[in-house]
Design a binder for this molecule. Structure first.
Ligand code: FAD
Length: 412
């Protein structure tokens, strides 16, 4: 029988409350379900069911502007949660090849899945398909209540229990509160959990674009001095649709967002060096400020931060939610072990094991991405020369290249 705390001021008591029902929150709820715990997931927005999509779509406007490049590790985890079959049955694009090149020179690096004996380097999926599929799985779970739309408005901490107060006035007592409430995590802020952060001075413009030529199931990334531009292949009738993530300095971002569709397509054709021919049609554009954040502590007694609530990273290597899903997998594993041993899942020693297993990995990836971003922002001639030499050398050295490939696939 697990240790349990008591809070006489709550209207209801559950073992675990999950604040936030994005990809990380929903994955946490499904991963913890069936482990003998009572769970409540609180999400501020109306829950969105798995949309019906056309795998042979040609209109860029029919795609979610937010996509993720999922690694093999994330896909395996989503499969274990029972969500992956519905995602692939809807729409996804596994890519076998990646081409990275420097706008200032001739440096170029090509990665191919065959170099590491894998069928693909990763898979591009629309975020709405991932949340829709996870929501379907969450709705099937006994012992999991989903409150959406519902907002966590306040937190009250007692010695061994947290009371989550909803905007409706309802009070939920719990042993463990998992904060999956995103980059600006109100939970983290309310609890005064410190972060180290800095602004990149960049915004990421995202959209779906149709090009003249096929993307050839390749992820394309060009490093410009103003920031990296990624063309990510999407499933569609003619393989000419890409999701773009264009990270760019603030003032240039305003200019690009102010252009009409044709003007933006022209700018994109130039910035991509017409690698896929001209950009010919473009869905609405959205912009996200880019800031690197890392929570100093992921845990307090009875509290655990996961995914963007714990860390945000530059999207240039598409690692954000991959790191977030790895957090969720490890946290669920530690909580399940504690429950099996009859321990309270909010115990600090249980949560510290989660933090130990995840923090070093997250830090290493964040440092690598930050280094990349700074290296490619340098205009100085010697740095440009070294950078181009570096890309060419890495391209020529197979073991180093294989290590890089495995790292970005999340299997290093
Ligand atoms: C341009 C861009 C491109 C990216 N590309 C990639 C990629 O290719 N690969 C990759 O791995 N990652 C990528 N990322 C990162 C990835 O999108 C994020 O890591 C991921 O979406 C974070 O998911 P999350 O569930 O932690 O947070 P969120 O998706 O932000 O979800 C948080 C949820 O909490 C809810 N919430 C907040 N406050 C409350 C409250 N008080 N009460 C109740 N609910 C609340 C919100 O409504 C929201 O639904 C990219 C990011 C950007 C900006």
């Amino acid at each position: 029988m697990a240790e349990r705390s008591h809070d006489n001021t709550a209207d209801r008591r559950v073992d675990v409350v999950i604040a936030g029902g994005g990809i990380a929150g929903l994955a946490t709820a499904v991963a913890l379900a069936g482990k003998g715990l009572s769970l409540a997931l609180i999400e501020a927005k109306e829950p969105a069911a798995l949309p019906t999509v056309d795998a042979g779509e040609t209109d860029p406007r029919a795609f979610d502007a937010r996509v993720s490049a999922l690694t093999g590790r994330s896909i395996k985890f989503l499969d274990r949660l029972g969500a992956w079959p519905a995602i692939t049955a809807a729409r996804s694009c596994a890519y076998r090849h990646m081409t990275v090149w420097d706008a200032e020179g001739t440096g170029r690096i090509e990665f191919d899945a065959s170099e590491v004996g894998a069928p693909s380097l990763g898979t591009i999926v629309e975020n709405s398909l991932v949340t829709g599929a996870l929501l379907e799985r969450a709705q099937d779970q006994a012992g999991l209540q989903i409150r959406a739309p519902a907002v966590v408005a306040e937190l009250e901490r007692q010695e061994s229990c947290t009371t989550v107060v909803l905007e409706s006035g309802e009070r939920l007592g719990c042993d463990l509160l998992v904060a999956a409430d995103g980059a600006l995590s109100p939970t983290r802020e309310r609890l005064g959990m410190r972060t180290r952060e800095w602004d990149y001075g960049h915004r990421a413009i995202v959209s779906t674009v149709r090009f003249e030529r096929s993307h050839e199931r390749t992820a394309w990334q060009r490093f410009l001095s103003t920031g990296p531009l990624a063309l990510l292949p999407l499933q569609g009738a003619d393989e000419r649709l890409c999701s773009i993530v264009w990270s760019i300095e603030e003032d240039c971002a305003d200019e690009l967002l102010g252009l009409d569709e044709q003007g933006f397509c022209d700018a994109l054709t130039t910035a991509s060096e017409a690698a896929l021919g001209a950009a010919v049609a473009c869905a609405p554009r959205y912009a996200f400020p880019l800031r690197q954040r890392h929570a100093v502590d992921y845990v307090l007694p009875g509290i655990a931060l996961v995914a963007d609530a714990a860390h945000t990273i530059h999207p240039l290597a598409g690692q954000g939610i991959n790191l977030g899903l790895a957090d969720v997998e490890v946290l669920a594993d530690e909580v399940a072990r504690a429950v099996e041993r009859g321990l309270n899942p909010g115990r600090l020693d249980v949560l510290r094991r989660y933090q130990r297993r995840r923090k070093a990995d997250n830090l290493a990836m964040m440092a690598a991405m930050d280094g990349f971003k700074r290296l490619f922002a340098q205009d100085a001639l010697p740095v440009r020369w070294l950078r181009n030499q570096g890309l060419r050398s890495v391209n020529a050295i197979s073991p180093l290249k294989r290590r890089l490939i495995r790292q970005t696939m999340g299997v290093a």
